[in-house]
Write a protein that binds this ligand. Sequence first.
Ligand code: G3I
Length: 322
Amino acid sequence: TVETTLQGNMPFPMGAAVNVSLLKNNINYRNLVTKEFNSITAENAMKFASLHPSKDTYTWSDADYLVDFAIANGKRVHGHTLNWYKSLPDWVENFQGTTAEWENLLKTHIQTVVGHFKGKVVSWDVVNEAINDDGSFRNTIWVQKLGVDYIGRAFQYAHQADPNALLFYNDYGHEFGPTKRTAILNLVNDLKSKGIPIDGIGLQMHIRVTQNDANLTAAISTAAATGLRVHISEIDIALNPDNIQNMTYTAAMGDQQAAKYKTIVKAYHAISKAQQFGITQWNVTDSDSWIPSTYNRPDWPLPFDALYQKKAAYQGILDGVK
Ligand code: G3I
């Protein structure tokens, strides 16, 4: 009998955000990534501060290690992220320059990074989280220095550096309701209508187990209605969003989480095959999830537990395509 794996059983690519240090140093982690997934996103190793810590210095080693691991094991690499307002190095935060110098900084970073990974990284989150929850443009350092049109130019710069790479706009909160979702869809439709090379939309899907299903399925179907590829790019389902310090995981909580994973996978499976870029979970197991350390609470957001074992959520994912 062949062991069930996500990559072997799901009809679209299944990915995980990978921590390079754990990949190098933890054999259980590495084995699980190797076995279960056929798409890899760098959790942090391809962010601006990681790759480009000073103006004339690029540090490729961790990202190259991840890419080499992926290619050696037949896995796709999705790049994350060329432009964001977070995880910027101090030299960018403190950069004093004219508009033209800022433009050059943006272009040089994008084209150096995309060029370095050309032919290896098949797709990029070009711009990440440019829209506020109220639907306005986030007032990031990039908007302050360059205005909102930098978004379209970021896609053009990436396309020039690797015309074969698939280019995504990535954000969270499509499932919050129509306000943020509509603003994101308006942005990508506007880019499309201007002939900007955009291929896909990334729905992060950092959700809570109490998230209502109607807004979840609307998030997926409205993204698909753009005609672009849809990537569920960072899914995890928090069980303890109210930060209860002494909470423990129960089977009942696991079943609720499994049902929510199933709902999402089912809605995703219903969009056209050509648009199914894949589903990527953010981190690998409950023990390496960003959520407990970021919010300082116990939580169990992923389909694998801290002992690398499959949880009910794993079966929920499989059930979503039955
Ligand atoms: O590497 C330093 C380390 O040297 C230092 O000792 C330590 C002390 O705080 O910080 C370390 O850097 C941290 C880095 O993760 C690596 O662990 C940063 O402080 C921390 O801010 C960073 O958090 C990451 C966060 O993005 C910001 O870049 C998370 O790991 C990562 O999971 C998270 O991922 C984001 C996606 O990129 C975008 N969507 C939301 C998602 C979750 O927040």
